[in-house]
Design a protein around this ligand. Structure first.
Ligand code: B12
Ligand code: SF4
Length: 463
């Protein structure tokens, strides 16, 4: 039985940009969900993982599969349905799973033969058995997996074309921020994989550099952090010789032993969601964890960096409290906190989140011709109506933020600061220059987006 597992592209975020800026090679990351699915697949299936981010293949020239499995984040849904249509025309059954199919199940069910909602571990073997017997059901639900059941991902199936390997060590997040899909999809219960599985899987990854995809690497409670320390100790003891980056909340900075162990285990960078420069903004999106009284963000960032771990901060533009000037303010605050890199995104209502419900109720979802418009749900386009910022206004704030933070003088200052304190100026320089290069690409995308928005507006007004 031949199985294709497909990760659809979104040209607005992937292929085009990789061609135009080779630094973006570091932003094409492996579709780990499909590698996990392959790990759950019995050995008598012949599996090919197709990642369209590396180039869209000529499907017609490929051998006919017996089953196609498609994954999709919301931003990939549109293309997922195009790929599904191609194979359906050939009479090949299509199963779709992943976050978008779970959040927009009815939409997906109209376009594929079978939808798997939730995590796949408990249900995928059943789906395959039904497909083999020609009795595929229209819908399956995997719920939330037991972490002992998560298999080792099949890293051997995607060996070329990526700068980074990928692994997951935990699922779920109790914090439930209003804009984020993680709690809705993976649940509020923080689930950690057995440490031995994590070490074994790391050993099967060929790349020297690895992305740990967990949304919240260390968790929130004392017992989560104790387990994270155990994992880092085991990784250091196994002498993995890997360098990895991960996502964490700011409490990562609060425990010197944790930081030392993470660095020893190979941690070289963390993405941290700061989200808003003001406590009102944090309250608005429900990120209460960042509002602990008296937290000195600059000192927290420095504590992490002292262990030679880079800090990439993430902020959102478009909150209800954001007014003209927010872009510059974020750039200043990020500079003051001493971040190595800054990643700013537009507030985006993703289906299944509290923000989606709220904006839908208020009639503020501006691009809502679905599935066509999903391709703009990359968080890099302003798809909603923002309280104090017009379409032009919110884009201007984003550009002003990037131009401020990534001005040549500020980049050089950061690189020199790194040379002085940490002796790794090159990493800061390369990271910053790659972001700076994308500002030009972003300007072009915004111009195209505004044309699309205006055309759309005119069409709606005429009809
Ligand atoms: C790593 C990651 C990335 C990587 C992508 C790597 C890749 N190609 O997969 C990068 C950094 C490139 C990325 C980019 C983006 N991401 Co991202 N990302 C993640 C993250 C942190 C982990 C994903 C992962 O690997 N999980 C581990 C695997 C094992 O889980 P899984 O993919 O969910 O797969 C399981 C099930 O879903 C199911 N399943 C999945 N596919 C299929 C298919 C079939 C057939 C079946 C049966 C089952 C099945 O089985 C798997 C095993 O249980 C998630 C958060 C999360 N917890 O998922 C956000 C997340 C998926 N990203 C998100 C977003 C918004 C984006 C961006 C749009 C914006 C951005 N800048 O972050 C871009 C868009 C990229 C694009 N191409 O369009 C949102 C998506 C919400 C949504 N509704 O789509 C998430 C949930 C984060 C969030 N805070 O809300 N992301
Ligand atoms: S944004 Fe981060 S902290 Fe908030 S719910 Fe999502 S994963 Fe958890």
């Amino acid at each position: 039985m031949r199985l294709y597992l497909i990760n659809p592209s979104n040209p607005l975020v992937s292929i085009v940009n990789v061609k135009e800026s080779r630094w973006n090679r570091y932003r094409v990351w492996k579709p780990l969900g499909l590698m996990v699915l392959a790990g759950l697949t019995p050995p008598d299936w012949e599996i090919s993982i197709v990642d369209e981010n590396l180039g869209v293949p000529d499907y017609a020239a490929m051998p006919r599969p017996d089953l196609v499995g498609i994954t999709a984040f919301t931003s990939q849904a549109n293309r997922a349905y195009e790929v599904a249509a191609h194979f359906r025309n050939l009479g090949v059954p299509i199963v779709m799973g992943g976050i978008h199919a779970t959040m927009c199940m009815d939409e997906a069910m109209e376009r594929v033969d079978s939808v798997v909602t939730g995590e796949a571990e408990s249900i995928w073997p059943q789906v395959l058995a039904d497909a083999r017997h020609g009795s595929l059901k229209h819908r399956y639900d995997g719920g939330l997996a037991e972490m002992n059941d998560v298999p080792l991902a099949r890293h051997d199936l995607l060996t070329a074309g990526y700068a980074l390997g990928a692994i997951q060590t935990t699922r779920g997040c109790p914090l439930n921020c209003s804009f984020c899909s993680v709690t809705a999809f993976n649940g509020a219960r923080y689930r950690q994989r057995p440490v031995a599985d994590v070490v074994r899987e790391f050993q099967s990854i060929r790349e020297k550099r690895v992305l740990v995809v967990d949304d919240n690497l260390i968790g929130t409670r004392a017992e989560h952090i104790a387990r994270a320390k155990d994992m880092f100790r085991a990784m250091a003891q196994a002498n993995l010789r890997k360098e990895w980056i991960a996502q964490a909340t700011i409490n990562f900075a609060d425990d010197e032993e944790l930081l030392a162990l993470a660095a020893k285990a190979g941690c070289r960078g963390v993405f941290i969601g700061f989200e808003s420069p003001s406590p009102q903004g944090l309250l608005e999106i429900g990120k209460k964890f960042n509002i602990i009284k008296g937290r000195d963000f600059r000192a927290s960032v420095r504590r992490i960096q002292r262990h030679n771990i880079l800090v990439v901060g993430s902020f959102i533009i478009g909150l209800d409290i954001d007014e003209s000037g927010i872009g510059k303010r974020i750039a200043e605050v990020a500079g003051r906190y001493g971040m190595d890199n800054l990643n700013v995104l537009f507030l985006t209502p993703l289906p299944g989140t509290r923000l989606w419900d709220q904006m839908k109720l208020q009639g503020r979802i501006a691009l809502d011709t679905f599935p066509e418009d999903w391709k703009y749900y990359t968080l890099t386009f302003p798809v909603a109506l923002y309280k104090h910022l017009s379409l032009d206004g919110v884009i201007e704030e984003m550009l002003s933020c990037d131009r401020n933070f990534y001005s040549m003088s500020r980049i050089l200052r950061r690189a020199l600061g790194n040379l002085w304190h940490r002796h790794q100026p090159l990493v800061t320089l390369v990271g910053n220059l790659s972001y700076r290069k994308n500002i030009r690409l972003n300007c072009k995308s915004y111009a195209d987006f505004k044309r699309y928005w205006t055309d759309r507006h005119n069409r709606v007004n005429k009809s």
